[in-house]
Design a protein around this ligand. Structure first.
Ligand code: IVH
Length: 674
């Protein structure tokens, strides 16, 4: 390839890769496989290495993370980054409107743009001639830190602006936005950090800030940061009449803008908007802490100006605080399914973000010491999303001297066996394998929504089933009869029948949920997912060596050890066998990627000698294939046993491969080896 061909291909590849980034990250609708994508990226990297003089600033290869920095350079924003005045109630929103009307006169054309207030990290992005030149943090509003290398790793952020159909690109523009981490990504990141013995981030905002201020961009590149752009600072070579126009231009240029932004024609619309956003708040994949109302007309914005570093034309309307102050009346100790002792504060009931809270976690002994929590203390509690409320800090000025320090017990409060605190761990643990409290928690976890998802079986029923001796482990659930339930208090004919049916209905869970339900230490839903993807069946996971487990991307030594130990513990194996006998057969929707049978369809006909049809079906499914009952063009194999019947004729007429039992077994063995 000569130089001009290489340059042409470099440009082609850059456009192609950015196109696929958009399909994958923004539209969630990829057009090519991960392997094909990696292939394109590799080709581009090689070409760029062979032609080092070609400018790489806007190349997607820069998104994977450049070399680490010693420290960040500081940059001065062209236009300072202001902060927002706050409002906390509907009255204060109305006052905002009244204030505006006093300043600009009462008018009918006062429109607003209403936006969610993203709880992340503010950034300023300078694009020169359409290329991302510098990206920085807000800093003190005038000067921030140059985090360009890290911002480049955000896949949804254009490195190059797309020109609009009308009008070219501004010569220079500062684009303002908020970098955030989705709640789910935050949870996974923490799950991994904890498994690797690192400190968890307190909330998604801290995690986003920590990721953005990483000196090593390769670490940032591994964090799935997102960005919403919501405004502009200095603009050279473009003109806008309204804030709405700016948002439209941002979208056209390829910047991610929040899909919930609305134009509001009156302050009443704004109030309705706030109620609406608050009602969907928990369901949004990212955290928001309120809404922002902005006067739409830019000439009115100019006219209104600012006071003490906040514009008069905008206001942040915060949601009900998710923190509140209350008093700790007692500290009790709960036992988790892995035996961890968790101190829990019992508090005077208090409203937090619209919910009455009476209990908050104190996490562990070290946290109690670090925060200096005593029984009787006045504390700040906090609730975030659907996580358990936690004690944030003690208000020491409220101390009376009557508060009592708390000591973690030396014995399990449930089974009274001595507790241990392994070196280097913050948790005390009850290590009695027969501890009833652990069993109770394991079963609650087993039946929970993200686990086997057995409807109608809450904490109370689990307790009663255990106390009455009807169940001793999770597998016993599948042997419960209606008669047994009827002997328990508060069960009637119908409810007993329903529960038995719900339990029976849970016998074919997706493998990843089954794995999660088992409650393997360090294996939350994320780990369950990657195990499913890599191994495809319980049998394969059980058979995996520690080395094989460790070799899986996303599974570190601690997790591998824990999974391996789980599948080699006799009691666990006994429960697994019992589940199997009870007919619990996890199904793998995720086909093992390597299997030769992935995606193949089988039809069984006639009597099989060596194994049941159910078993044959399992074998096929565990290798990523599927079994159906009728032969069609889409059937890949028909397995014929004794006295096969008419399906064979159909298979012959369609040219479908026909196997006998031995042929089938050979195929399975080959696929298992692949
Ligand atoms: S406008 C002068 N719009 O909230 C107006 N800010 O103090 C500047 N934020 O950290 C901000 N979402 O990054 C605006 N839709 C939004 C926002 C937003 C989040 C952040 C902003 C800054 C703080 C404002």
């Amino acid at each position: 390839m000569d130089r001009s061909q290489a340059l042409k291909r470099i440009h082609e590849l850059r456009d192609l890769i950015e196109h696929h980034n958009l399909r994958y990250y923004q539209l969630d609708d990829p057009e090519i496989s991960d392997q094909e994508y990696d292939g394109l990226l590799r080709e581009l990297t090689e070409l760029e290495e062979r032609h080092p003089d070609v400018d790489r600033t806007a190349s997607p290869t820069q998104r994977v993370g450049a070399a680490p920095l010693e420290k960040f350079r500081s940059v001065t924003h062209l236009t300072p980054m202001l902060s927002l005045a706050n409002a906390f109630s509907e009255e204060e929103v109305t006052e905002f409107d009244e204030r505006l009307r006093r300043l600009i006169g009462d008018r009918t054309d006062l429109d607003f743009v209403a936006e969610p207030k993203i709880d992340g990290v503010a950034v300023n992005l300078v694009y020169a001639n359409g290329l991302l030149a510098v990206g920085s943090t807000r800093g003190d509003g005038f000067t921030g830190e140059d985090v360009t290398q890290n911002l480049r790793t955000i896949r949804t952020l254009p490195l190059k602006m797309t020109p609009r159909t009308r009008g070219g690109l501004p010569a220079r523009i500062e684009i303002r936005g908020e970098v955030y981490l989705e709640k789910e990504a935050f949870r996974r990141l923490n799950e991994r950090r904890i498994a690797q013995g690192e400190n968890a981030f307190a909330n998604p905002r801290n995690a986003a800030a920590g990721s953005l201020r990483q000196l090593d961009p390769r670490i940032t590149a591994r964090r799935p940061l997102g960005i919403f752009c919501y405004g502009a600072g200095t603009v050279e070579g473009a003109h806008f009449g309204t804030h709405w126009d700016i948002l439209e231009a941002l979208r056209d240029w390829g910047f991610p803008t929040n899909p919930n932004i609305r134009l509001a024609r009156s302050i009443e619309d704004c109030i309705a908007y706030r109620r609406h956003i608050e009602s969907i708040r928990e369901r949004l994949p990212y955290e928001i802490d309120g809404i922002v109302l902005k006067v739409n007309s830019l000439s009115l914005q100019d006219q209104l100006g600012m006071v003490s570093r906040s514009p008069r034309w905008a206001v942040a309307v915060k949601f009900a605080p998710t923190q509140a102050t209350t008093v700790i009346e007692d500290i009790i100790v709960g036992i988790g399914r892995t035996g961890v002792l968790t101190p829990v504060a019992v508090m005077k009931p208090v409203q937090v973000g619209g919910v009455t809270v009476t209990h908050a976690t104190l996490h562990n002994e070290d946290e109690i010491l670090k925060k200096g929590v005593h029984v009787g203390d006045t504390v700040i509690v906090q609730r975030a999303g659907d996580v358990i409320p936690e004690v944030v800090k003690v208000i020491e000025s409220k101390r009376t001297g009557r508060e009592k320090p708390f000591r973690m017990p030396d014995r399990c409060p449930f089974c009274d066996s001595p507790v241990v605190r392994p070196e280097g761990e913050a948790a005390r643990r009850c290590v009695n394998p027969d501890c009833g409290a652990q069993l109770r928690e394991r079963i609650k976890h087993f039946v929970s929504r993200n686990g086997m998802d057995i409807e109608g079986i809450g904490d109370k029923i689990v307790n009663r089933l255990l106390e009455s001796g009807i169940i001793r482990d999770a597998a016993d659930l599948y042997r419960i009869t209606k008669e047994q339930l009827l002997e328990l208090e508060r069960f009637a004919d119908k409810s007993a029948e329903n529960l038995v049916a719900a339990i029976a209905g849970s016998k074919r869970p997706p493998l990843e949920r089954f794995l999660f339900a088992l409650g393997i230490r360090h294996a939350g839903d994320y780990v369950a997912k990657i195990l499913t993807k890599r191994f495809g069946s319980i049998g394969a996971i059980e058979a995996a060596s520690q080395e094989e487990l460790k070799a899986v991307e996303g599974i570190g030594p601690t997790i591998a050890e824990s999974i391996f130990a789980f599948f080699h513990e006799p009691h666990n194996l006994a429960v697994l066998r019992k589940l199997e006998q009870a007919g619990v057969r996890p199904v793998s929707e995720q086909k093992p990627t390597s299997s030769a049978l992935a995606g193949k369809t089988f039809v069984f006909t006639g009597g099989l000698r060596g194994f049941s049809r159910e078993k044959a079906k399992d074998m096929v499914e565990s290798l990523g294939g599927s079994a159906t009952s009728s032969v069609s063009k889409k059937t890949d194999y028909v397995v014929a046993g004794e006295d096969p019947g008419s399906k064979i004729e159909k298979a012959k007429s369609l040219g479908v491969t026909i196997l006998d039992e031995d042929g089938f077994l050979t195929l399975i063995r080959e696929a298992e080896g692949s």
